[in-house]
Write a protein of this length. Structure first.
Ligand SMILES: [Zn+2]
Length: 212
């Protein structure tokens, strides 16, 4: 199945001019938010399964993929889930996301937001499997951005996702707005600066996850 990523930087630009609202990201115009989320999850896990296999390792799929709304999210090791957030919880090896928040990004910015945020969270799920004593910090966040870029590039190369020529450069501009707010992504020290995040994403996108 081929899916088209319309890059939301473009959508944002056009929207800012008041010319059009958000538009569908695929040729058929039939994608739903739920479908994009499901697809982003399954493609990310399939990608990492193959990567692990090439290393002679076995990728451990996440235990759960949990939508929530506002403050109703699952606890992670006793810590409550924050509204307007998506996160990986190593204590339960699951990913949870505020679906109201993510759907608003999806409708305002396009499906690229989903295809950046979810691969980023799977990047953390991978870190937790590869790194003893895994914990979130700026370095882990930037590496997850790099993993997200590498994942996305591989999916475009394989034909699972379709990007227009030049989309790569536009895609990275999304990180500032659609990055993963694991804790407080508006705090520059939490995830690195927008520029660092874009550079990390681009590193993965241009050279693959092994460069991360
Ligand atoms: Zn993160």
């Amino acid at each position: 199945m081929s899916r088209r990523i319309l890059i939301f930087a473009l959508v944002m630009f056009v929207s800012a001019c008041g010319l059009t609202g958000p538009r569908s990201m695929d040729n058929e115009g039939a994608d739903s938010f739920e479908e994009d989320v499901r697809t982003a999850r399954s493609l990310s896990e399939e990608f990492w399964k193959q990567q692990f296999s090439q290393l002679g390792r076995v990728y451990l799929p996440i235990n759960a993929f949990i939508p929530y709304s506002g403050g109703s999210g699952p606890n992670c090791g006793g810590a409550p889930a924050a509204p307007n957030n998506a996160f990986y919880c190593s204590a339960g090896h699951f990913i949870a996301y505020d679906q109201t928040w993510m759907e608003s990004l999806w409708s305002e910015m396009g499906d690229g937001s989903v295809y950046v945020i979810i691969p980023h969270e799977f990047g953390h799920a991978v870190q937790a499997q590869l790194q003893a004593g895994f914990q979130l910090n700026v370095q882990a966040e930037l590496q997850a951005d790099c993993y997200a870029g590498g994942t996305l590039a591989a999916l475009v190369r394989s034909g699972a996702l379709t990007a227009e020529p030049g989309d790569e450069n536009e895609l990275i501009t999304s990180l500032e707005a659609a990055g993963d707010p694991t804790d407080d992504w508006l705090n520059p020290s939490a995830h690195g600066t927008a520029e660092q995040r874009q550079q990390s994403f681009l590193l993965g996108y241009s050279r693959g996850v092994t460069a991360c």
